[in-house]
Ligand binder design. Structure first.
Ligand code: GRF
Length: 191
């Protein structure tokens, strides 16, 4: 199965997906890593792994027009699924519709709790005993859509947003490759 990965920044989840894809038993391969920032550090890391990349700033472009460019690149690369990995921009309804049921995202909270930004600070401020990460099918709403897989971690006394984020990130890197492998196995590709 060919997967296009969208990133905006460091791309550590993308790397976790790409490293898992190098195992012979992995049911997916990374067809393309695309970013809305040509200088996203993750793009350089993907290129070092021999993965095709595409990066362009969305500045000054209408959302739907920019997303149409990404979609064209994904098709050209033969992508059948899309995995969002720290793609920090809402996608247009047209793009979401085009990839409906074939696109997943990872979010650092136990959804449906704490959609959006600053998840770790919000979980700590609420006095929650645990947090985690969720992989969900992407629908039009921000961090919305059916949860496909999740992992829990404890929130410990003295945790800061950074310490909690680091604990959750370890789980993200474990969960996302597993969830993507299961997703492409269970869901038919976009033709
Ligand atoms: C991760 O915490 C992910 O859950 C969230 O954005 C962050 C991206 O980190 N959606 P990275 O770029 O994968 O390192």
């Amino acid at each position: 199965a060919r997967v296009g990965v969208l990133i905006s920044g460091r791309g550590s989840n993308m790397i976790a997906l790409a490293e898992a894809a190098e195992r012979p038993t992995c049911p997916y391969e990374i067809a393309l890593v695309a970013a809305n920032d040509p200088d996203a550090p993750g793009l350089a890391r993907a290129r070092m792994m021999g993965i095709e990349t595409w990066g362009l700033s969305h500045a000054g472009m209408k959302r739907a027009a920019f997303d149409a460019l990404i979609d064209a690149e994904l098709r050209r690369a033969g992508a059948e699924y899309v995995a969002l990995a720290g793609y920090m921009r809402l996608l247009s309804p047209e793009f979401v519709e085009r990839w409906a049921g074939r696109m997943i995202n990872i979010h650092p909270s136990l959804l449906p709790a704490y959609k959006g930004l600053d998840t770790h600070a919000r979980a700590i401020a609420a006095g929650d005993a645990e947090s985690g990460c969720s992989v969900h099918v992407v629908t039009a709403g921000l961090d919305d859509g059916p949860v496909f897989a999740s992992a829990r971690v404890p929130i410990k006394p003295g945790d800061t947003p950074d310490s909690l984020a680091a604990r959750i990130l370890v789980e993200e890197h474990r969960l996302y490759p597993q969830a993507l492998a299961e997703f492409v196995t269970r869901v038919a590709p976009r033709s």
